[in-house]
Design a binder for this molecule. Sequence first.
Ligand SMILES: *Cc1c(COP(=O)(O)O)cnc(C)c1O
Length: 380
Amino acid sequence: MSENNLNIQMVDLKSQYMKIKPQVDKAINDVLSSTQFINGEHVKSFQKELANYLGVKHVITCANGTDALQMSMMALGLKPGDEVITPSFTYIATAEVIGLLGLKPVFVDCDPKTFNISVEEVEKAITKKTKAIVPVHLFGQSSDMKSIMNLAKKHDLFVIEDNAQAIGSDYLGFNKPQKTGTIGNIGCTSFFPSKNLGCYGDGGAMMTNDDELAEKLRMIANHGQSKRYYHDMVGCNSRLDNIQAAVLRIKLKELDQYIQNRQKAANYYDQNLKELNQLTLPYRSMESNHVFHQYTLKLNENIKRDELIEFLAKKNIPAMVYYPVPAHHQKMFSEIPNSHTNMKVTNELSSRVFSLPMHTELSSLQQDFIIDNLFRFFKI
Ligand SMILES: *Cc1c(COP(=O)(O)O)cnc(C)c1O
């Protein structure tokens, strides 16, 4: 079989779109005809439908996931100099907004199994200046929210969940399952096209059960406005548009199926790669289900990651490294002292992880080809 025919991609948005094309095209055309581009009916309905799906009181949509994180920190009244604890092994947006607001990011190491923030390290990093913890539910699996919420309570800290990669995931550490992003004071998500619930442009949302915070988040996203042309505080302009909301309403109905497709593909990888002892399969936490935003493997120390990725690329199999440079090593944070923290796991992961194609349309034929070539690389 020629590798070219399989058309393997990290994320196959085209094939997914083709399955919902009639509904999507109609919805977009209806918005075009209505010319209600901003704050239209779809935005209002989507907020309600997503709140309903997640089991949370308020969903406030905005322009992207980065804005959602920034506005959450603004709404909680965080001030320059306040310390915010976050994992270093994450997408840069989480840490960047902390810096943008003049807050001090305090980077901590992650758990070697889940790759999520290490609660032990969080506890060690808490000082009198600490105001908030921002756990990231990395690659589609919840952080240890029970321990994080307990720590936050004990030290009077806010919790903002970065749920951009785990929307739809259930945290299982409480008496009953609870959706990630609805546990802390505020949860944030992104609707970037490649996310598990993605639109066809940029989009994001904040989730909260707190009425007062919801009100404040709405104001901040709308120029600090309480009443038209009355601006009570300095805010932002951050909106989800009606076309994106129309797309998201259709895709929200498919989200559980999309998650199942990802889980099925992950199980297939697991079953077929388990014999390769040159790599470690993604860990499945007992405290969370995994919605597999990414299928991320860890290579043994002696394996040359670059060579593996190049080998796969020659067969037209894409593989990506999330993330090659942790936040504490980024130039933008070169002024931030973090000598007090041990980043052993984070440093190790950034040089040894890689992610295989993972999306809702992955076929077993494609997966067989990927698996076969991994075995070839390891010459088994
Ligand atoms: C995608 C992502 C974001 C940012 O979302 P945007 O919509 O691109 O601004 C933030 N945090 C994490 C963990 C992400 O994966």
